[in-house]
Design a protein around this ligand. Structure first.
Ligand code: ATP
Length: 207
């Protein structure tokens, strides 16, 4: 099979990346999910665990052998360099496994769901097109509060720590506007975008 088309998909927390990715998988794409890979490499036995223990000590590893996310959050709060040192371990592993998954995929198009794509030159160079899933910050906060039970203030802080909507939109080849919780309306947009991009090799099949 010819090399698959590489589509980067990004968007802020709660924008609807996973929902869009599911639609594209229904249209025949293979999905590479950077968040899922990051969770796997920091789970017990994951490739990041030994380097994290070497860099930060065992206090950041749970008794089960996973990254202790709460301890890490607290460390990042008091030591600004800790996040960079953690990312220097985790990001190359995620990249390596993502590219390996993409190579093994049997599909005409691989969708890379990369939450930090706008922040990362690395990923922009490795995908052929970037689609940005966009909605207002109010919508992001509403969705994430409903899903997580976190307070509006905590979710707003998370949103503000991410790239701004403008920064993300600046790297978009196409924008999926997903501001209402309306799956049918989203699918109409995806069908149109798939139709406009025959080079992706996808075909929209109505649900
Ligand atoms: P995260 O960055 O946190 O992983 P995400 O960008 O992948 O989030 P989703 O998980 O796809 O976002 O969507 C967030 C929530 O909003 C989910 O509960 C999802 O079902 C809902 N949602 C998003 N878009 C739509 C839509 N078009 N129709 C119905 N529900 C939607």
């Amino acid at each position: 099979m010819a090399a698959a088309f590489r589509l980067g998909l990004t968007g802020g927390i709660g924008s609807g990346k996973s929902t869009v990715a599911r639609g594209l998988v229904q249209a025949g794409a293979a999905l590479v999910d950077a968040d899922a890979i990051a969770r796997a490499v920091t789970a017990p036995g994951g490739a990041a665990i030994d380097p994290i223990a070497t860099q930060f000590g065992n206090a950041l590893i749970t008794p089960e052998g996973a990254l202790d996310r709460e301890a890490m959050r607290q460390l990042v709060f008091t030591d600004a360099s800790a996040r960079e040192r953690l990312e220097a371990i985790v990001h190359p592993l995620v990249s390596e496994q993502a590219l390996r998954q993409a190579e093994a995929a049997q599909a005409p198009c691989v969708v890379f769901d990369i939450p930090l794509l706008a922040e990362s030159r690395h990923w922009r160079q490795r995908v052929q097109r970037v689609w940005v899933v966009d909605c207002t910050v109010d919508t992001q906060v509403r969705r994430v509060v409903a899903r997580s039970g976190l307070s509006r203030e905590s979710v707003t802080q998370i949103v503000q720590a991410q790239a701004s909507r403008l920064a993300r939109l600046a790297c978009a080849d196409a924008v999926v506007w997903n501001n209402t919780d309306d799956l049918a309306a989203l699918h109409v947009q995806l069908a149109a975008l798939v139709g406009l991009n025959p080079g992706f090799g996808l075909s929209w099949r109505p649900a």
